[in-house]
Design a protein around this ligand. Sequence first.
Ligand code: ATP
Length: 239
Amino acid sequence: MSDEPLLSVDRVDAGYGETQVLRDLSLSVEEGEIVSLVGRNGAGKTTTLRTIMGILTPSSGQVTYRGEDVSMLDATTTAQRGVALVPEERRIFPELSVRENLELADHGGASGVDSLSVEAALDTFENLQARAGNPGSSLSGGEQQMLAIARALVGGADLVLLDEPTEGLAPYIVQDVMDIVADLNERGITVLLVEQNVHVCLELADRNYVINQGEIVYEGTSDDLRESEEVLDRYLGVT
Ligand code: ATP
């Protein structure tokens, strides 16, 4: 194994047309880690994930995955390398059954990345197993989040980019989703987690990056961040 990180974002500038959002942004994720990117509304978290995925192209800097420069690859090609983005809006097919949603994500291992079979995914996510024949639209918010994550695994992801997976969920479901993320990680999936909710990050992440106005302003373990009152107060509104 190389000692290079699985994912590395180096000095990236990116944005939308003339609007620069990310400024000289660097972060890295080692294989097997859960890393969080935490910041307020509009800080640039989603833009970072879109840039990693290839939905946006950096105007300078570089994104490297498994040692390959993927900065100029489109999202489909990046997905074939084993990266999956689970967007905030979860994007499942509401009219298709849970099983059909999973089957559609199954690309037959074309990427060469080991994927979870549909049956194995249903075994992993008990709530989904019980609702395999029900339409996606009948799932609760938390179950839709689980289905979106399960789709990423069936699609062969080994790095999952999660955009605010707990957004809008009832507190007891937040815990379920956190348990699922921790479980995935124990099975070897690497996670880059974007959150506004620092408590989720502190519980789940090995390391955290705090983003403010498109810039990384802090990096530290969850133990360090928990003690960093000034960072929590200034950038995350938590005291
Ligand atoms: P949120 O939690 O609200 O999703 P975020 O940290 O994910 O916040 P981004 O969605 O990355 O933030 O947005 C960062 C900045 O980029 C914001 O100022 C936002 O208005 C701007 N922005 C986002 N999408 C676009 C777009 N399509 N065109 C122009 N500006 C955009």
